[in-house]
Design a protein around this ligand. Sequence first.
Ligand code: FAS
Length: 401
Amino acid sequence: MRLGTRVAIVGAGPAGLALANVLQQAGIDCVVVERQSRAYVEARARAGVLEHRTVEFLNDHGLADRLLAEGARHGSCEFRHLGERFSVRYRDLTGGREHHVYPQQFLVRDLISAYLAGGGQLFFSHPAVALDGLDGDRPVLRCQPDGDAEPLELECDFVAGCDGFYGASRQAVPAGRLRAYEKQHEFGWLALLAETPPAGDEIIYALHEDGFAGHMLRTPSVTRFYLQCPVGDHPENWPDQRIWSALHRRLGMTDAELAPGPITEKNVLDMRSFVVEPMQYGRLFLAGDAAHIITPAGGKGMNLALADAEELATRLLAHYRGAGTHALDGYSAACLPRIWQAQEFSHWMLHLLHSPAAGQDDSAFLHRLQLSRLTQLRDSPAYSTMFSDSYVGSSGRPTAH
Ligand code: FAS
């Protein structure tokens, strides 16, 4: 089957779906193709912390109703170390900017519903396998659906590559046209989802000689946890009993404070940071994890993806409203400062939280640096304000072109 559209969007994650909804609302024809099934993408638990500007963007487009009704607002987070604990009240330090906690899969569900309700075309189980003619005026996206469904060809003006780190879009760019910046971090995170109520109403970051532990909220009955672990560790090395014992020890909590419950997800995260420059080639524009990967420290990944979607939508609207392609020429340059600022903050946060690997020559020195950062965060208003501004995210939004 061959279809024509204006914008072909690869990937039904936060970036692709937000872009599709904004274009649809502006009357710009687009089609979304997604490798997985609808059930799969609506069940895939990942992020859960949405920044102020992200919620503002979604709300401006009428896409935040359930998020605002069901999500929880957060304006402070707690740090723990050696029995001491203190909170950073970042809402107060940033003039009211706050986080909303709302599981990513719920947002994906809402964005799919809104797009389909608006008559949007979304092909599930249709992986993109080739993007041709990106340096011409009418590229063609080819999808090879699973099973014996008919192949799909999408002829379009532009392709939005929102298909994540392992997608087809970035791979379609000829060798040598993009430059990748990459860092593999020296520790891993065991990412957990447990059916147990959160132990309090704050995100908790616990520094411990055994390693970092994170207590991240998701819903009233499900909590996400992170445990620092060695690079290359495996979930099988972490039976539930060991997990609960490590969480209690590192967070300084008892069973009474943090009741063990069924652990429904156990993954060792590949702690890598990655940025590709530029984020565009010809008629292809990369957004979200297709262009950059960031560690979950500081909760930036999904927020960056949605910020890219807003930037790209703004520039596509300007293009179709007569601004010509120069609006799109500046897409990558507009996104990259925000992305590198988030990468820098996430890197700083990782080295605030993580115990240096034991046996490292400089581990004692690095541990003293950690303690100094923690003390400044507790005692210095300037330092905690700088942390808060980066943690809750800037308020800057794209300007119309
Ligand atoms: P996504 O990866 O979400 O979506 C890309 C979509 O493209 C997917 O649906 C995929 O199936 C599809 N696709 C791939 N190849 C395709 C092809 N060839 N054709 C068609 N479709 C294709 N971020 C945070 O901010 N906070 C967190 O706490 C956090 N925790 C995380 C925990 C885990 C376990 C993981 C894996 C990630 C976490 N992230 C977190 C980061 C994560 O949320 C991403 O930043 C976010 O999903 C990025 O959104 P997208 O760019 O839309 O990409």
